[in-house]
Design a protein around this ligand. Structure first.
Ligand code: PLP
Length: 419
């Protein structure tokens, strides 16, 4: 008799974006003449850079001939891409990595979800709240989250981020301060942040690294949006902080950096220094364990896609993706300015493609969603969908078309102006 993993049954049956899609399609059915502008789901709209397309075409041609055809590649990625990653994303920032510390993948969702495979079920997980849902849901699936009590998981340490603390989460209790609450064993940090669009300063990130070293905490650092950082003082990688290689695994994605949401490619850095403990207290290097996991469960990202990713690092590629990022950041600026004119408080949007709006007049996130859809025919994402501390906030993405952002803001102005 096959037994199911009952942890899956603990998860809410419906997913945030499918709830949104249902509401939007019901509205469309009732109002077929209305044009809805979607600034909700975090998907890009601009095509792949010409340099990427050219490299992919070339790779397709190689696949067409027996002499240059490629079959299975290395599970951890081709070295041409690993080398380009190390040179451009790390060496250029003073960080030394070796090839076997970089694991190319099919995007950051897989690895942020799968990384828990190599960790014991008994870890206490810490998360900032609101949060990219994969971090929590994947830990629920693994049986690490405990029970859901009024929307919070009993074994998860939540670190609320809101306007009151300027989206800077307080450090959780240390191991010595057990009377003040649980010290997590693993903490997920995401900067620039999805959903709030806020960033972490070098000093704040150093506090996390020091905390992790002192308390033997493993940091899962999601840098999926680092390419959107405009301010030179903001770190792009946690390894810019001294000591971070001992305590952090870092996730990168080409999805938002270079429009790879459909092409699928990213990478994970697992430094050789980063350790976890056995129950009897021995230290084990996670790099080897992750390699073992990948070689068993993952057969590599396609050669064509990896050649496309490599082209992001060419001179033309760099220039082209910068232009696309500037296009999205202009959308962010348009929206932020428009909300400021309306007297609506926003966060983020300066070093990230997300604007986090404080819902006006004390509306809940879902009330704002419903009213925005009905009154302005604009779709965004209710903040509470990313965690309890997101209640009273709303996320707009800058990944739309500029014309849509302009029109959406005119409509919102007309609606809120009437109120
Ligand atoms: N991490 C964060 C914070 C994200 O917002 C996303 C996607 O929206 C991902 C990871 C996953 O990206 P992908 O799997 O497309 O690389």
């Amino acid at each position: 008799m096959a037994l199911v993993n009952e942890n899956f049954l603990k998860l809410a049956p419906s997913y945030l974006f499918s709830d949104i899609a249902k509401k939007v399609s019901a509205y469309k059915e009732a109002n077929p003449d209305k044009r809805i502008i979607r600034l909700g789901i975090g998907d890009v709209t601009q095509p792949l850079a010409p340099a990427v397309i050219e490299a992919m075409h070339k790779a397709v041609e190689e696949m067409a001939s027996a002499e240059t055809f490629r079959g299975y590649g290395p599970e951890q990625g081709y070295d041409f891409l690993q080398k380009a990653i190390i040179e451009n994303d790390f060496k250029a920032r003073g960080i030394d990595l070796s090839i076997d510390e970089v694991f190319v993948n099919d995007g950051a969702k897989s690895d942020t979800g799968n990384i828990g495979d190599i960790l014991s079920k008994d870890n206490i997980i810490g998360v900032t709240d609101p949060i990219y849902p994969v971090y929590i849901d994947s830990n629920v699936m693994a049986g690490r989250a405990g029970e859901n009590v009024d929307g919070l998981w009993s074994n998860i340490v939540y670190m609320p981020c809101n306007g009151e603390n300027d989206f800077t989460p307080a450090l959780p209790p240390s191991r010595k301060e057990a009377d003040k609450g649980k010290c997590p064993d693993v903490v997920y940090l995401c900067y620039p942040n999805n959903p709030t669009g806020t960033v972490i300063t070098r000093e704040q990130l150093k506090m996390w690294v020091d905390y992790a070293i002192e308390n033997d905490v493993l940091i899962m650092y999601d840098a999926a949006y680092e390419a959107y950082i405009q301010d030179d003082s903001i770190p792009h990688s946690i390894y810019e902080i001294e000591g971070a290689k001992q305590v952090a695994i870092e996730f990168h994605s080409y999805s938002k950096t270079a429009g790879f949401t459909g092409a699928r490619c990213g990478y994970t850095v697992v430094p050789k220094e980063v350790m976890a403990n056995t129950a009897s207290g021995d230290k084990v290097a996670l790099n080897k364990i992750w390699l073992r996991r990948q070689c068993t469960k993952f057969n590599g990202t396609s050669y064509i896609t990896q050649r496309g990713a490599e082209a992001i690092y060419s001179e033309e590629g760099k220039k082209q993706i910068k232009e696309t990022i500037a296009y999205y950041m202009e959308n962010a600026r348009i929206m932020k300015e428009a909300f400021a004119e309306m007297g609506v408080k926003t966060y983020g949007g300066e070093n990230a493609p997300y604007i986090w709006v404080k819902t006006p007049q004390g509306m809940t996130s879902w009330d704002f969603f419903d009213a925005l859809l009905k009154e302005a025919n604009v779709v965004g994402t209710p903040g509470v969908g990313f965690g309890p501390a997101g209640e009273g906030y709303f996320r707009f993405t800058a990944f739309g078309q500029k014309e849509d952002c302009l029109e959406a803001m005119e409509r919102v102005k007309a609606w809120l102006g009437k109120k």
